[in-house]
Design a protein around this ligand. Structure first.
Ligand SMILES: Cc1cc2nc3c(=O)[nH]c(=O)nc-3n(C[C@H](O)[C@H](O)[C@H](O)COP(=O)(O)OP(=O)(O)OC[C@H]3O[C@@H](n4cnc5c(N)ncnc54)[C@H](O)[C@@H]3O)c2cc1C
Ligand SMILES: NC(=O)C1=CN([C@@H]2O[C@H](COP(=O)(O)OP(=O)(O)OC[C@H]3O[C@@H](n4cnc5c(N)ncnc54)[C@H](OP(=O)(O)O)[C@@H]3O)[C@@H](O)[C@H]2O)C=CC1
Ligand SMILES: O=C(O)C(=O)Cc1c[nH]c2ccccc12
Length: 406
């Protein structure tokens, strides 16, 4: 009997210019900058749309945290009509017009399964389900938030109610009147708790560690903008002192409510470890009035709820894992020691954008969209310079061929 499982021959495709993996803001920013330099490229994207993190994995009420001038990509800013803090829908529409303005057409439904440098032919070979793409240059733009972090918590498999990661949370409307355990107190955990409050659910938020909560604005200016302006003139420790003084004045002492501050200041911590401070858009008021209950670490999950480190035990209808995200680079990038086992470049910002043998990374700076813009401009310039040399060489070669033929 003939086998139906005969492996299909992979299609081979050599790409002129770089292969960019990922059609999020980072991949699109590099593509736009390359277009400016008239360098061709191919973008491979696993989903069927651009900015899939924003389109598919974020909640309805999400807005940018930083003012729009800190979140725009190179060469084309946000429309003037957008508010200071655009909504996620406005951000997506900006991404869509950005892609169409620069005529960027990613190849969708292409999940990169492996990328390997072929030392013989000196090209990167990038394999998706059906095609082997090859190029001299590889731009990794798969993001710091490529996969949800789903920790193993003792007893989780016993829990009777729903368990969902924030990447699939859309709105609190599904949780009306429910008691919800939110594990994690980063920006996602805190904002999901706020959204749950607004839908009459009862959130309990687990803060197993210290965290900086800052007001989004101080005295009419964005906290981020104030910190960056101060940082131009003052050492980081003084900047943090000023920011925390103003924060205490605006938010009061959050220690009373179970939210404890790290010893290291918020900006120093962000720059050193990438841990983003939580920006308050109403969560602190809900914590203060007891609508969001702050809990210490979870000891174990039970059939109907959870036991906590401090000995308390409570029943819950649902659990939301606000436990963050991770890079997926180590699962597919082979034979290259440019990345740590966490999938982040080993070389810290601002030097982590360029590796060996035509390898580049964009958007792994732990500095949000600002970091993306910095990387994208440098990568495009670097590749464009090599591209011009290749082009000049091919012109010379064709000239020689012409002469030979005449
Ligand atoms: C809820 C949330 C809110 C945020 N808000 C802000 C903010 O206000 N300001 C800010 O500066 N930053 C913010 N960030 C950080 C965010 O990471 C950046 O805004 C931005 O999305 C990063 O862009 P990126 O292109 O590097 O990564 P992503 O947006 O994650 O894009 C990566 C793309 O690569 C694709 N991909 C991944 N693996 C593969 C593969 N193996 N094969 C093919 N394609 C693949 C993905 O599908 C995705 O489309 C936020 C993050 C989250 C989660
Ligand atoms: N409006 C906006 O602009 C928003 C921006 N964002 C951004 O998206 C990115 C991701 O944020 P987020 O999803 O909050 O992820 P984060 O990585 O920032 O936070 C994860 C949280 O989960 C906790 N956690 C992880 N594992 C466990 C565990 N086993 N038990 C208990 N707690 C655990 C962490 O605690 P610990 O610190 O102890 O590890 C931390 O509090 C950030 O850059 C953030 O700023 C997110 C939402 C909104
Ligand atoms: O929301 C994010 O993940 C960001 O990275 C935005 C961001 C970059 N640098 C910061 C410093 C303080 C607060 C937010 C950010």
């Amino acid at each position: 009997m003939g086998s139906c499982n005969k492996p299909q021959q992979q299609q081979q495709q050599h790409v002129q210019g770089p292969i960019i993996i990922g059609a999020g803001p980072s991949g699109l920013a590099v593509a736009a900058c390359l277009s400016e330099h008239k360098v061709p490229f191919v973008i491979l994207e696993r989903h069927n749309c651009i900015a899939s993190l924003w389109q598919n994995k974020t909640y309805d009420r999400l807005k940018l945290h930083l003012p729009k001038q800190f979140c725009e990509l190179p060469l084309k800013g946000f429309p003037h009509t957008f508010p200071k803090y655009p909504t996620k829908y406005q951000f997506i529409s900006y991404m869509e017009s950005y892609a169409s303005h620069f005529n960027i057409h990613p190849i969708f439904n292409q999940t990169v399964e492996s990328a390997d440098f072929d030392k013989g032919s000196k090209v990167w070979v990038v394999k998706t389900q059906e095609v082997d793409y090859s190029s001299r240059w590889l731009v990794v733009a798969t993001g710091e938030n490529a996969e949800p972090v789903v920790p193993r918590i003792h007893g989780m498999e016993l829990f009777n109610g729903d368990v969902a990661h924030t990447s699939v949370y859309k709105s609190g409307s599904e949780y009306r009147n429910k008691k919800v355990l939110v594990i994690g107190c980063g920006n996602s955990g805190m904002e999901v708790c706020l959204d749950l409050c607004r839908h009459n659910a009862k959130p309990y938020m687990v803060a197993r560690n210290t965290v900086h909560v800052l007001p989004r604005e101080m005295f009419g200016f964005s906290t981020f903008g104030v910190a960056m302006a101060l940082y131009k003139w003052f050492p980081i420790k003084l900047v943090d002192k000023i920011i925390l003084l103003a924060t205490n004045f605006i938010l009061g002492n959050t220690n009373h409510y179970g939210i404890k501050r790290p010893k290291t200041g918020p900006i120093e911590l962000k720059l050193a470890t990438g841990k983003t401070p939580v920006l308050d858009v109403g969560q602190v008021a809900q914590i203060k009035c007891g609508n969001i209950k702050v809990m210490e670490g979870v000891k174990e999950i039970t059939r109907n709820g959870a036991k906590f480190m401090d000995g308390q035990e409570k029943e819950f209808d649902a659990i939301i894992l606000a436990t963050g995200y991770k890079s997926n680079v180590p699962t597919w990038l082979k034979g290259c020691d440019f990345f740590t086992e966490d999938g982040m470049p080993k070389t810290p910002f601002p030097h982590g954008w360029k590796g060996e043998q035509g390898l580049y990374t964009v958007g792994f700076t732990r500095r949000g969209l600002q970091g993306t813009s910095c990387d994208a401009i440098k990568i495009a310039e670097d590749i464009a310079e090599q591209w011009r040399t290749v082009e000049d060489k091919s012109h010379c070669d064709s000239h020689i061929i012409l002469l030979n033929n005449s």
